[in-house]
Design a protein around this ligand. Sequence first.
Ligand code: SAH
Length: 396
Amino acid sequence: MEPISWPYPVVRLKPGKEELLAKGHPWVYSGALAAPPTAPLARLADASGNVLGVGTASPVSPLAVRLFRREDQPLDEAFFRQRLERALEARRMLGLDGPEAGCRWVFGEGDLLPGLVVDRYAQALVVQVGTAGLEALRPVWWPVLQELGRAAGISVYVERSQGGRKEEGLEPVNRILKGSLGGPVDIREGAALLSVDLLKGQKTGFFLDQREHRLALGRISSGCRVLNAFGYTGGFSIHAGLGGAAEVATLDSSGPALDQAGRDWARNGLDPDRHVRMEGDAFELMRTLEAASYDRVIVDPPALAKQRKDLDKAFKAYKDLIRLGARATAPGGILGCFSCSRHLDRARFQEAAWTALLEAGREAQVLAHLGQPMDHPYALNHPEGAYLKGLWLRVI
Ligand code: SAH
């Protein structure tokens, strides 16, 4: 696709619709526009024609404009270089990037690059392009990303789909952009060696956002019986095992994910007899577990509220899962429960946990409020970017 040449078409707001933008929010919904965008890139102007900023645009998505910059300037190579370098600099400063690391290099709006996600898995990068505007700009940012990748020792580039593509009228993608893969890629996470299937794994292959919580579980698992519900490829399980857990059960509905969990367990030198595979639906399987039989329990479901309208149903689902998790937890044990649905805010999540514990007839202390790690930043003026929340609860 040819890059659209500067100046991009002007898209005007309806009178009085500048308010959220004035607070720095990068999104404009179609209802705020005088007329829908006609191209994937736009100069956004107020009702009297003053340009307020420049960004990507969609004629079809309700999220019509995402602002990248607030000057009347193009999204050119120098722009992408500066934003990408700034993103990388943060990860390096925080000690998160490295040749064996799993680390999110770019997190969309949080890195002032709306719609773009880039995850590093050792020598590979996985890119997710969420908007038609970024597709149109691919000839601009892709060479810059490769240049930064080369300097960091990256030799493989993979592209995976992102939820947003459908709303923008884009086809799903799942392909190698450059280089080749002989199978899953290995990353180091603390003491654990974890393998990530970049083409067949969920999302970009792995859930980097739970890194800190997996490490924390490893520190508190010595001698424990551990249940890892929604365990995917066993990240939490392996950290618990390396931390000296007596026995770890990984529960997931995905057979291939559990196969990999078993392989990775063994690759980390852990005794296969101490790992229990539980394949099936967590809502059903957790009901069948003996009450109070685990010292540490993780409940980390996928986003159960994909849209705002799902919220009430999702609230009940989180509550049910946390109740089942609490029921499985031995007195004095620790339950880590999470939600990655951005539509369910922290207050409602905590309310779900509270209701769950009441229903389970158990009391609990909040040991910590949990959130996203530092390679998943969100912009203060874009609170929607805060999606992950969790609690370490001591269940009494
Ligand atoms: N805790 C994991 C990430 C979990 S992602 C980690 O640290 O890597 C959510 C997982 O839930 C996925 O592996 C998915 O296969 C699984 N899943 C989705 N619905 C499920 C269900 N109803 N029962 C059990 N597992 C489910």
